[in-house]
Design a protein around this ligand. Structure first.
Ligand SMILES: Cc1ncc(COP(=O)(O)O)c(C=O)c1O
Length: 412
């Protein structure tokens, strides 16, 4: 017999009933949405614009292979031993140097290396949330974060976005009327997943002021910072933070290097870090040492030109962004509205004429493409008439075909 709190009501069920409750009451989440957007087995030529996969042709295979060899040679015994939950000291120094280039001041003891930034989000949920707490999130937002925190049964307070990112006045209003103050605001200020928008520089300042006024902790998730295509990203919110330290910053090597390395990090002041370290040790003791060492070797050996790599990454994705937006202009006019993203991996489409994304999905698959339905990006209702297109994994000709097929599906 298992007891479990559901919407504040404690329920008691037997194990089979509990399993049924789990499968029926849980939102499908990111993995469910990705499964829904996945090509049906045996489909020959589906152009997937569903998952936000980095382009594998950008993975620096040779440089990584040399870096792994070097890590084994120079650091093998120590990196194959148990290590500290904080991560390798020299890698944390490197992260601090990279952050300084973004204007973020951090010391190595304020940095913890995580198994992808996904783990940082999960650990933050464990540390900051008790059952039933409130979390403020953008609507739409990254479903992986919602999934990470759902086990805490939080109440999500949703805040709308516009062309300039999170609407700070709407957050202020939500804070004023919320039954309980949120434990934190989760925000993706720079090339938001899924909406593609970037929080304007002046709103970053307004948001910080508001958070100071309401004593609101901000969790800033910033995996797309380097992926700007028109002009450099504005400084992270954490770079503008004052001594009150109310911004926790989460970063990732997944988009700029390779997601399979599973390396990310979280930057927090020591009081929060103490709890994060305990949660990290409980989760997996530490991220894989040899991978950390290889990443360090990659950036420090002199064989890998990180600046040139970043420029290459931006050039490739910029061309893809341009291709998808040009194709939308030609083929989807009138069928949907969208914003041209200035960075990141995604275009968010609002379908016209009351078309629902979930009814469009089978027609899109029949036409030979797939996307993610908008509802995955909202904790409650929302996004039924919206969808996310990911342009990161496909070449411009495939993206153009993908958009043509989407247009066919909308017209069908
Ligand atoms: C906004 C956002 N945060 C976090 C992640 C997780 O990235 P990773 O765990 O690979 O660092 C992603 C990946 O898609 C993302 O889009």
């Amino acid at each position: 017999v298992t007891t479990r709190a559901v919407d504040g009501v404690r329920q008691t069920t037997d194990a089979r009933g509990f399993a049924r409750w789990l499968s029926e009451s849980r939102d499908p989440g990111l993995s469910g949405a990705l499964e829904e957007g996945a090509p049906p087995p045996g489909t020959a030529d589906i152009i997937s614009m569903a998952a936000g996969l980095p382009a594998p042709e950008l993975f620096p295979l040779e440089a990584l292979s040399a870096a792994f060899a070097r890590a084994f040679r120079d650091d093998g015994p120590s990196c194959l031993q148990y290590g500290s939950p904080r991560g390798l000291p020299a890698l944390r120094v490197l992260v601090c140097q990279q952050l300084a280039a973004r204007g973020v001041v951090a010391t190595p003891d304020e940095v913890m290396i995580t198994t992808g930034s996904s783990q940082a989000l999960d650990l933050l949920g464990r540390v900051l949330l008790d059952a039933g707490d409130t979390v403020a999130v953008e609507a739409p937002t990254f479903p992986g974060a919602l999934d990470a925190w759902r086990s805490r049964s939080p109440r999500f307070l949703t805040v709308p976005l516009d062309d300039d990112g999170l609407v700070v006045e709407a957050l202020e209003e939500a804070l004023r009327t919320a039954p309980e103050p949120p434990q934190f605001l989760y925000t993706l200020p720079t090339f938001q997943n899924p909406a593609g928008v970037c929080l304007s520089a002046h709103r970053r300042v307004d948001l910080l002021e508001l958070s100071a006024k309401h004593n609101l902790l901000i969790v800033e998730d910033d995996p797309y910072f380097d992926l700007w295509y028109d002009q450099p990203s504005p400084p992270p919110i954490r770079a503008l933070m004052d001594a009150r330290k109310h911004v926790i910053y989460v970063g990732s090597f997944s988009k700029i290097l390779a997601p399979g390395l599973r390396l990310g990090y979280v930057v927090a002041d020591r009081a929060v870090m103490k709890h994060l370290l305990r949660a990290k040790a409980a989760a997996d003791l530490h991220s894989v040492g040899i991978v950390q060492s290889a990443l360090l070797a990659l950036y420090t050996s002199g064989d890998f030109d990180a600046l040139a790599h970043r420029a290459l990454v931006r050039d490739l994705y910029r061309a893809r962004r341009d291709a998808v937006c040009a194709a939308l202009e030609v083929h989807v006019q009138g069928g949907a509205t969208w914003r041209r993203p200035r960075g990141g991996f995604f275009v968010w489409l609002e379908l016209a004429g009351g078309v629902r994304a979930d009814s469009l999905m089978p027609r899109a698959k029949t036409a030979g493409m797939s996307f993610l339905s908008g509802r995955a990006f909202y904790p409650y209702a929302g996004g039924e008439h919206a969808l996310r297109l990911s342009f990161s994994p496909s070449s411009p000709p495939r993206l153009i075909s993908g958009v043509q097929r989407l247009a066919q599906a909308i017209a069908a």
